[in-house]
Design a protein around this ligand. Structure first.
Ligand code: COA
Length: 331
């Protein structure tokens, strides 16, 4: 079997459901203001799925858009990895549902749970299977319906999240484009700062878990904020240094979109050029596993990525999970 040096992203697309939740809408639901949200987080609006629409539906729409932009034979897909914290159900996995809905009969697949780092972890998992020569086509999807686990009476969390999905196609690279290097870490001691306590094997759903609002996102925002800035910067710095690079060498920094202040603080510490920092949090909010492919898609649409561009991806999520990936854009 042919061995490939690297995997490259050969197509990217994003999908968000049409319904909008604006800051003006939130002002009517909780004690908040547009000014506070814009100032503290940088979100103007989020897209929310209608009742009955699940993570697999957003994932399928994202893959369909990917296919329109970059035609490929679904029957040739070897693997589908879906990063999500809001699977349609506990099992079967969302990847199985997506495989069936797409009719991608030759693909196996699984879900990957790493919250906001799920897309980066899924990307590397897929890339490794290509690098070994085991696979030639891998679909990597990040899809979340955060509105299904958000308490819309809690002003500290309900302003932050939106629903959305993004998908990329990974294929072998035979030139110098593609994935170059990555660093992933977890710090399980941070689990208590961002979690959803109900619905798992520790606290299966009961009347009490519902009454105690345990099926929603619980967060200590300040702890998450401080950790995110510190660790995202640390991992990116380590990755740049070991590849002999400086922040100013990066053509496009595509970070997880959780808070504009986290993005700007990280970019500033890394010495990145502001025009090379990709931001779309204002339009979509935090879509968890969806943010990085959605932001990649924004970068393509805004003409900020061209063949050979040096790209740095970064994420921090519940767990804590942290990831940084360096790649050369392939198209
Ligand atoms: C959640 C977050 C926006 C809160 O911003 P902050 O500047 O840390 O604000 P604090 O939590 O210190 O709260 C400051 C005040 O604003 C209030 N506040 C919180 N949410 C508010 C809202 N939506 N509108 C108005 N006031 C709000 C708080 O109640 C607090 O009031 P108090 O001083 O009277 O107690 C910020 O901590 C954050 O973005 N954290 C990271 C979240 C994240 O990235 N999560 C996903 C990780 S993948």
């Amino acid at each position: 079997m042919a061995r490939c040096k690297s995997a490259k992203i050969t197509g990217v697309a994003g999908y968000v459901p049409p319904r909008l939740l604006t800051n003006a809408d939130l002002e009517k639901m909780v004690d908040t203001t547009n000014e506070w949200i814009m100032d503290r987080v940088g979100i103007r609006q989020r897209h929310l799925a209608d009742k009955g629409v699940a993570a697999s539906d957003l994932a399928v729409e994202a893959v369909k858009k990917l296919q329109c932009k970059h035609p490929f034979d679904l029957q040739s897909v070897d693997l589908i990895v879906v990063g999500t914290v809001t699977p349609d159900m506990m099992y079967p996995s969302t990847a199985c549902l997506v495989q069936h809905k797409l009719g991608a009969k030759g693909a196996w697949g699984f879900d990957l749970s790493a919250a906001c780092s799920a897309f980066l972890y899924s990307l590397q998992t897929g890339a490794q299977l290509i690098a070994t020569g085991a696979h030639k086509r891998v679909l990597v999807v990040g899809a979340d319906i955060m509105s299904s686990i958000i308490d819309y009476t809690d002003r500290a969390t309900c302003i932050l999240f939106g629903d959305g999905a993004g998908a990329v196609l990974l294929e072998p690279s035979d030139d110098d484009t593609g994935l170059i290097d990555f660093i992933h870490e977890v710090d399980g001691s941070g689990g208590c700062f961002l979690y959803m306590p109900g619905g798992g094997s520790l606290h299966p759903a009961t009347v009490e878990t519902v009454e105690q609002r345990m099926h929603y996102v619980h967060q200590d925002g300040q702890q998450v904020f401080k950790f995110a800035v510190r660790k995202q910067t640390e991992l990116c710095q380590k990755l740049l240094e070991r590849n002999g690079l400086k922040g100013s060498d990066i053509d496009a920094f595509i970070p997880h979109q959780a808070n504009l202040r986290i993005i700007n603080a990280t970019a500033d510490r890394l010495g990145l050029r502001p025009e090379n920092v990709i931001v779309n949090i204002d339009r979509y909010g935090n879509t968890t596993a969806g943010t990085i492919p959605l932001a990649m898609n924004t970068a393509v649409e805004e003409g900020k990525l061209k063949k050979g561009s040096l790209v740095l991806l970064a994420s921090v999520g519940a767990g804590f999970t942290i990831g940084a990936t360096l790649l050369r854009w392939a198209f």
